[in-house]
Design a protein around this ligand. Structure first.
Ligand SMILES: [Ca+2]
Length: 178
């Protein structure tokens, strides 16, 4: 009886195997970087909505042009059914967001250039003087880097702790055409 059961499992497994290629094709085309002329895949980054700004680990230069493709669903308030949104965010703007004129919860990026790092003599605390430039991504955008520095990705929200879900951001770099 036991062997028959395992045989049944094996058959089910083999049938499942034959369907695997079909399943693989169902991945949304936005997530899989298409091989396009002039575009080089740099990396794919998971942007958890509850973590605030995510460091991509990429140092960019002003001459760099990146193409971002964003997918996924997040919640801007865990448990609230109307607070769920895709990379374009909710049809709502608040003055507190990093980009106040864009939708709440939309995907955004920023470049941070550190000008100086000094230590407070008394508290020992690190004082960073930096310049920041935030830009819009939505479901996808081509963005010339506004300054030289570290690239971060996030969601256009000012209260992160109550968020849930994540965006997946595919970062492609535009090759120079001239
Ligand atoms: Ca929130």
């Amino acid at each position: 009886m036991k062997t028959r059961k395992s045989l049944l499992y094996l058959v089910v497994f083999l049938i499942a195997l034959t369907f695997l290629p079909a399943v693989a094709q169902e991945i949304p085309p936005d997530v899989v970087p298409r091989q396009e002329e002039g575009l080089v895949l740099v990396k794919q980054v998971e942007v958890k909505a509850a973590l605030g700004w995510v460091d991509t680990g990429l140092d960019v230069r002003e001459i760099d042009r990146f193409v971002f493709r964003v997918s996924g669903t997040i919640s801007l308030q865990k448990g609230n059914p109307i607070a769920s949104c895709g990379p374009e965010g909710l049809d709502l703007q608040t003055p507190q967001q990093p980009l106040p004129d864009r939708n709440l919860g939309t995907a955004v990026g920023k470049v941070v250039k550190v000008l100086s790092v000094t230590k407070d003599e008394e508290t020992g605390e690190e004082i960073r003087e930096e310049v920041t430039s935030v830009f819009y991504l939505g479901a996808g955008a081509e963005v010339p880097m506004p300054l030289e520095g570290r690239l971060y990705l996030g969601v256009n929200d000012n209260v992160y702790a109550d968020n849930d879900g994540q965006f997946v951001v595919v970062i492609l770099k535009k090759e120079k055409t001239d």
